[in-house]
Design a binder for this molecule. Sequence first.
Ligand code: HEC
Length: 127
Amino acid sequence: MRRYDLASGRESAPSEPLSEEAPVALRDHPGARVFEACRACHSLRPGEHRAGPTLAGVVGRRVAGAPGYVYSEALRRLDFEWSGETLARLFEIGPAAMTPGSKMPEQRVPDPAERAALIDYIATVGR
Ligand code: HEC
């Protein structure tokens, strides 16, 4: 199946089986399903940028801090660190409110349990 990046309209990385980048033991993690909404644009492998930057190592990293990815001016001007709290807030209030002017399309994860599972998944697989 071909996938197209919503932001740029370009063909994105070929789709992989469900959460292939996760170790087998983590494929049943409740966050794996939530992360399906992210993987067209984000990998959890270090250095692998898609339309969005890799999310490997994002927890504890400064906003707009993945080496080798060209961020928007808006994101580069912000100054905070990604943590469980800031990541949860991003998907509670949405990128337009949390990171105004960001290239990431507006989206939310309204269910707190799904947000928690998503972040735990990112932190564990992208460690
Ligand atoms: C259609 C593509 C797309 C989708 C889907 C998407 N993102 Fe993004 N994301 C981006 C882009 C592009 C950026 C860079 C924004 C910028 O430079 O302004 C970004 C930035 C981010 C950042 C900030 C990274 C940093 O290094 O500061 C985080 C965290 C993030 N996305 C998490 C997620 C998560 C989690 C999901 C799924 C719930 C998701 N994104 C879905 C495109 C996307």
